[in-house]
Write a protein that binds this ligand. Structure first.
Ligand SMILES: O=C1O[C@H](COP(=O)(O)O)[C@@H](O)[C@H](O)[C@H]1O
Length: 231
């Protein structure tokens, strides 16, 4: 398990530094390959980061932004991660980026996951940058400790790219990238803020079952060091 630590006094300082690193990685990928893929998380933590990143001078027209996970709700819903990205990231300079979401208006998340997997499969992999969040229950992406498909989602040898997930702690059905898609990424960041999450992460890193604190699966299987950005 390789970890690189980046500590900041405030969320604003973290957002500025992380946005610069992401922009540099995306620009490098565009120079090398003519395109870049950035997968971001939702929830509440990334707002300042998205705002800072949207101002960066990247060749955004060559960048595809996608989601690490999504709540199975339409983009008009206040809990939609797609909505968060459109509101705070895909504007100003970053407005030129292409967006490939995970949500689609299927009747059930199982059907939506198949369509989302086809869209993810059409993107170049490994992704250049993956930004993860973490909940105080130790979930990351939609790998919830009580998730009905958790074992399949964190199977490092699994072939699925996107899975539906039902979990009591999740609020609504979810769609999530699977561990292999995350673990193979070129630059993996875990972005956490606050004392509670700092303590949860310390507990996760003491070791134990991946199913108990699924963030452990990322540290155990990432193919590059995981960069932990903490404020
Ligand atoms: O439900 C989710 O939660 C995590 C953490 O969210 P936060 O509000 O505590 O920042 C997030 O990483 C994930 O993308 C989201 O769907």
């Amino acid at each position: 398990m390789a970890i690189e630590w980046h500590d900041f006094a405030s969320g604003a300082d973290l957002a500025a530094a992380l946005a610069s690193q992401i922009a540099a990685r995306l620009s490098e990928a565009v120079r090398a390959n003519g395109q870049a893929v950035l997968a971001v998380s939702g929830g509440t933590t990334p707002v300042q980061l998205f705002e800072a990143l949207s101002q960066h001078d990247v060749d955004w027209a060559c960048v595809t932004v996608t989601l690490v996970d999504e709540r199975f709700v339409p983009p008009e819903n206040g809990r939609s991660n797609e909505r968060l990205v459109h509101t705070h990231l895909l504007k100003d300079n970053a407005g030129k980026a292409k967006f490939i979401g995970l949500y689609n208006p299927a009747l059930v998340a199982e059907t939506a996951a198949i369509a989302a997997a086809n869209r993810i499969d059409a993107l170049p992999r490994p992704f250049d940058v993956v930004i993860l969040g973490m909940g105080t229950d130790g979930h990351t992406a939609s790998f919830f400790p009580d998730g009905d498909r958790l074992d399949q989602a964190i199977d490092a040898q699994g072939k699925a790219l996107v899975l539906p997930m039902l979990a009591e702690g999740a609020g609504e059905p979810r769609l999530t990238l699977t561990l292999p898609v995350i673990a193979e990424a070129r630059f993996i960041v875990l972005h956490i803020e606050g004392e509670a999450k700092r303590e949860v992460l310390a507990r996760a890193l003491e070791g134990g079952e991946e199913t108990e604190m699924p963030i452990r699966a990322v540290f155990n299987h990432a193919q590059t060091p995981v960069h932990v950005f903490r404020a």
